[in-house]
Design a protein around this ligand. Structure first.
Ligand code: H79
Length: 448
């Protein structure tokens, strides 16, 4: 290799996209190890911050869907000041909520970048009165708090004239008629991603907006391989056309346990991702805590969204919810972090998780018990029961075990009012040995 070809190879590597990617291979054990922090984390905070917070309109979709013109939408650039932005406070609040990671929009579908990208002038430095890189100080504050850093990046960009679509009913060109133009767009994405890689080396990429094209058109295989080559531990969400690591249901809580070993529900506190003062349809802390517990009982994470105002302040309703999450998660940390999915439905009325050893069953009660709590089908002896975060020991008793039947008796315990939590009470059951459930239909007694 001569100097010229070495330089060229290096250049290609730096810009990503033009190099021949080595296939990314990893064993099941290696992937489990790579995913461990994510699986243990349980709670993440999503941040949608962009020029859409100036008027409080829907992020990017408001012009795509023609609720307002592109020019009107972009005029919000002039009102985006970030004048009270305090990234250290954001990171502190996120940490206080009990979240172990955060994902921030580096660029939404509108193409406005929050960092000093060299690939386009459409960024907060060049085009807004904030006139600075807003991403870097946040990433530093996040690291300082010991949180994992996730970066949201929209693969599509409705502002980029090389992207085939501008709005719902405005197509710029067809890729098959101008593949060079599409390659220019891919190069642009690759350049921005190379910048993000180099400047922030995130723990996680949260892609969005892959739906218009196939994996081949996105060159998703090459893109994901290049990201992993640069940063072998990085976690990718699923929205990179089949090359991600975990499933990302949006807004809708799964009813059945998802097939994927790793998943994360992303959800808004009201009905909007970004700041929207006209949207007062907030879920209560209680509703959101239930959803959170629902997720972890099924082995998933919750990525709960906040939408700061254009000046960088976080709406009070959202701060209040994060603080109530903080109170509750701190008290019940043992039942949350590092746990695994609980037992199947039908054994107890409530959500459950299990510790890694599988010998502590945590029972989450999102209601005031009207009598003792019952757990059926538990073969293990319960050696001890206590109220998590309170410490009170609870008496348990097993009734209805017939000596001639293999069906376990029903375990009962009372949870007195004095030890109940104002949101969700959690009881820990220390089992003798790893959990062993009776999963049959029951003893069938026939006379013939
Ligand atoms: O950033 C937030 C949203 O702006 C973005 N993701 C969250 C995290 C988002 N909004 N909607 N969607 C993602 C879903 C996209 C829906 C689609 Fe379709 C339905 C894509 C393909 C079918 C309708 C038809 C919209 C585009 C084509």
């Amino acid at each position: 290799m001569n100097l010229k070809s070495i330089t060229l190879t290096l250049l290609a590597f730096l810009t990503l996209g033009t190099t021949k990617a080595q296939p990314f291979k990893e064993s099941k054990e290696e992937k489990e190890k790579r995913m461990q922090w994510f699986q243990d984390a349980k709670l993440g905070i999503f941040i949608h911050w962009g020029i859409y917070s100036v008027r409080g309109v829907t992020e990017s979709w408001s012009f795509y869907n023609n609720y307002l013109s592109y020019d009107e939408y972009m005029s919000q650039l002039d009102g985006f000041t970030a004048k009270s932005y305090n990234p250290a406070e954001w990171a502190k609040l996120i940490k206080e909520s009990g979240a172990k990671y955060t994902v921030i929009t580096s660029k939404h579908h509108d193409g406005v970048a929050l960092w000093d990208t060299q690939a386009s002038d459409l960024n907060t430095i060049k085009k807004t009165p904030a006139s600075r890189d807003l991403l870097t100080p946040f990433t530093k504050a996040v690291r300082k708090e010991g949180l994992k850093l996730g970066i949201y990046y929209s693969l599509l960009d409705w502002s980029n004239t090389d992207y085939p679509y501008a709005t719902r009913n405005s197509t710029r060109y067809q890729i098959k008629e101008d593949s060079a133009r599409w390659q220019r767009f891919l190069d642009f994405d690759n350049r921005q991603l190379a910048e993000l890689n180099k400047q922030f080396k995130p723990d996680l990429y949260w892609f969005d907006g892959d739906w218009d094209f196939s994996p081949e058109t996105w060159k998703a295989k090459e893109l994901s391989t290049m990201l992993r080559t640069f940063n072998p531990k990085v976690i990718l969400n699923s929205r990179i056309q089949g090359y991600g690591d975990y499933a990302t249901p949006e807004q809708g809580v799964p009813i059945r346990r998802p097939d994927s070993q790793w998943w994360e529900l992303c959800m808004t506190m009201n009905d909007s991702w970004g700041y929207a003062p006209t949207d007062t349809n907030y879920k209560t802390a209680n509703m959101l805590l239930r959803t959170f517990v629902d997720c972890i009982s099924n082995g998933g994470n919750l990525l709960l969204d906040i939408g700061p105002k254009e000046d960088g302040t976080i709406p009070q309703e959202q701060v209040d919810i994060l603080k109530e999450f903080g109170r509750w998660t701190k008290k019940h940390a043992d039942a949350i972090y590092g746990t695994r999915a609980g037992i199947p439905e039908g054994h107890v009325m409530g959500y459950t998780t299990l510790n890694k050893n599988q010998d502590i069953l945590y029972v989450f009660l999102p209601y005031k018990p009207n009598g003792p709590i019952s757990v059926k089908g538990l073969k293990n002896k319960v050696n001890r029961a206590w109220v998590v975060g309170n410490g009170a020991l609870l008496e348990t008793k097993v009734v209805g075990k017939a000596y001639w039947s293999s069906v376990p008796g029903i375990l009962y315990f009372d949870v007195p009012e004095s030890v109940q939590d104002s949101q969700i009470t959690v009881v820990a059951l220390l089992l003798e040995g790893k959990i062993d459930l009776y999963r049959e239909a029951g003893q069938v007694i026939t006379s013939n």
